[in-house]
Design a protein. Sequence first.
Lengths: 373, 343
Amino acid sequence: MEGSRTLVSVMPPSKPNVDRLKRRLLRDLVQQNVDLIHGLARRPLRPRRPPYLRLAGALALVLLSTALIGSTRLLSTLAASPAPPPPPASQALAASRDPSPLATLSSLAPLAPPPRGSRSPAVAADLPAPPAPPLDPAVLPLAVRRVALDAGHGGDSHGAQTPLGLLEKDLTLDIARRLRLLLEERHRFDVVMTRRDDNGISLAERAAIANRAGADIFVSVHVNWIEDRAARGVETYYLGPTNDPYLSRLAARENRDSGYSMADMRQLLDGIYAGVRQDKSRHLAEMVQGALFRSLGRVNPRIEDRGVKSAPFLVLLSTRMPAILAEVSCLSNAEEARLLARPLYRQYIAEALAGGLEAYASAARGVAAGNGS
Amino acid sequence: MTESKPLLQVGIDLGTSRSSISASNGQRHVVESYVGWPLDMVARKVLKKPVLIGQEALDNRSMLDLHRPLEQGLIKDNSEKDEAAVRELLWHLLSLVGVARDTRNGMKVRAVVGVPAEALRVNKQNVRKAMHDAVDSLMIVSEPFAVAYGLEALLHTMVIDLGAGTTDFCVMNGRLPTDEDQRTLTQAGDWIDEQLSRLTRERFPDARFSIHMVRAWKEEASFVGNSRAPVVVTVPVNGKPTQIDITQEMRQACEALLPPIVESMFDLLSRVQPEYQEKVRNNIIVSGGTGLIRGLGPRLEQELAAVGGGKVKVVKDPVFVGSDGGLSIALDAPDSDWEKLTG
């Protein structure tokens, strides 16, 4: 038992090797900090390959790129018409008749064999994989069946509150409960609530609940508090940042000399899907924001459209499905606070949210239908 | 030129519960991460100080506007008071190793500060902002990386750094850890305190105790598995000092930490290249104050049996292992690199 409480003296590499390793780590660490100072995004850190491996990898990269591009073209082709024959690289794929685009993508991996004679399958994991081609979210026409509803705050986390004691955590729970009824009874969604009563629950747990439930979309309901008390209105967030043109340039630069290995293929595909998820999240945010603004405008004529925005909310970061955070009113604004205190206004909010979610789900169904699935 | 300025390198582990500093002049100090300002004129008169830090702040908390400025290992957002508290804490740490406020004794100070593994860019920028006036050059590293570097556990190793605010995981592959190599859980020492407090309150509803008392109980008697002796504490019940047995609550609170730790450990292990997984399994290092829960190492080894077995080693001196690692980085980084990190 206590024998394990011993200070570690770790480990095998020889001193010169450790020193070399340290120098390399320090160089990368300093670069990471320099990037932080200059506001640059984190670089992917991968050990650089010897030139012959990078050359061999380039071949695999070209083959895989061809395969991936071929796959997206094939999907578009299938969506438009069954007539033209698929390109050769995709024939095996077409023969499989697998309707799942995700399965389709993963089934492509064997089309890019590692260079012959050079590596065993395990070692082939060192070969660079291709930069991810842009993927149209429309090729992932996934239906929306289950909605995760997250009532912001709860327990000791009161969120915003007015001097008269109106608490954000109570408002969000009330709205989420109303929304749940609407979604289940009127729109026939399965609904998962991250909290059903006044429980304190961490952001990680909220995301984990949605992930475990296999929710198709995640909606976090919040009420805004803005220093400028005159400000009012609704705004909806999705995980960002995407408004930074620098990121696009950086990605292009980094992909050009990629040291990614074949073993990273899965992560690359995950990355592609993450991009799709962000697109879908933005789309979902747009639908919900539009519905909130239009619907609430009927009963709150001075409401402001504060727009769709991206921000690194942790609860959005940790969820694996398209996810948004809706600020459904401003508790800091006296008039909106008065409205929020009325059950009928909270019902309007729930109705507006339900309308936005249904619009998004319908659009997804439309894409699916258009793709012939 | 300012090149002749004496140089001081420091490693700082800015912790939610305790913060430590290790300096190149051989000094090492640890303080409770509490900062308090006297509530009113009377308190100021009694305390005779404009600001109190560490244990002194904790001891006089009834007279203070007390802040624990770090939450889950990060500077709390949107609170000027907490930002000010972090600055006070940093200056206090620096003063303990001989750096005078404002003038810095004419020294050039280079600091390496550890933050949680998955700290966001904005969190790191907040640390930079807080440190801006206090040091000449600053490097920010993930806490488990600092630990690994200090122990020279740079290859095929997993570090699990159990702090008060976060539990940080980091697999060292001989390269700077990427996001895929690291995890941060918010279940850590403070979370155990909350569980223990809740469980104790449920069983002894009339008992009166504070979270500070609960923390002290945990630090004294935390364990998983079998208890060596009953955990008995004294608390006021209806105003009368009473001994209560919280052995069961202590076990339950501490063992609640196991599932998320084990899950994250397995998840990270599964991402290690297959040929190295066994090596990593046999080189798991547990650091941090919460890592001193009695029986934790053997219990994690039991869990590892499910994936082929492994060895878990617990760092004996968790208080300074992070700041010592930071100091090692500070000492090893060449001048040319530090110049890039000025300002």
